[in-house]
Design a protein. Structure first.
Length: 170
């Protein structure tokens, strides 16, 4: 439940700049020493090629960024209803989806950071920190999911080993 709440809050925090028009925008007034694609690492370029077909429309972007919340919700429902193995598998998929979106948000924050280095940081530090809120939120949700999976496994093992220990002690 905590992971779901954190995911939803992280998703909603991504829309905060829309309430403050023209405050979060950063444009480099001077010439960049490198083009934006040259500033990216090889990993970032590969990530851009992978995400391009998936993130081409606003609807796709909304679905991808809502993916952690949806997968955590599914994981919680399955964990409450299904066996330990199925809930672990669904939980692992939810962790993967959450970390995938977190990685995308990390790269977006890096791009914003690079533009700030070119354009200047005057009054933009709060906006950079705001870029990190969804990253921290989704990262925290992944950690909470992993803790939930481990707790589920531990409870299952304790239930399985509980009667054996009491019989052995008698």
């Amino acid at each position: 439940m905590a992971a779901l709440v954190v995911c939803i809050l992280s998703f909603l925090s991504m829309w905060l700049p829309a309430f403050f028009p023209d405050e979060a925008g950063v444009f480099c007034a001077g010439p960049l020493s490198l083009s934006p694609s040259e500033m990216q690492s090889g990993l970032e370029r590969v990530w851009e090629r992978l995400r391009e077909p998936v993130m081409s429309t606003l609807a796709q972007i909304l679905v991808v960024y809502a993916l952690p919340s949806m997968s955590v919700l599914l994981s919680g429902v399955v964990a409450a209803r299904a066996g330990r193995r199925l809930s672990t598998a669904v939980g692992a998929l939810a962790v993967s989806a959450t970390l995938m979106v977190t990685l995308d948000l990390v790269f977006a924050a890096l791009d914003y950071y690079r533009l700030l280095n070119c354009a200047g940081w005057d009054g933009k530090l709060p906006w950079f920190l705001l870029q990190l809120v969804p990253v921290l939120g989704n990262g925290s949700a992944a950690v909470l999911l992993i803790a939930g999976i481990r707790a589920c496994w531990k409870m299952g093992r304790d239930r399985e080993s509980g009667p054996e220990q009491t019989v052995g002690r008698s």
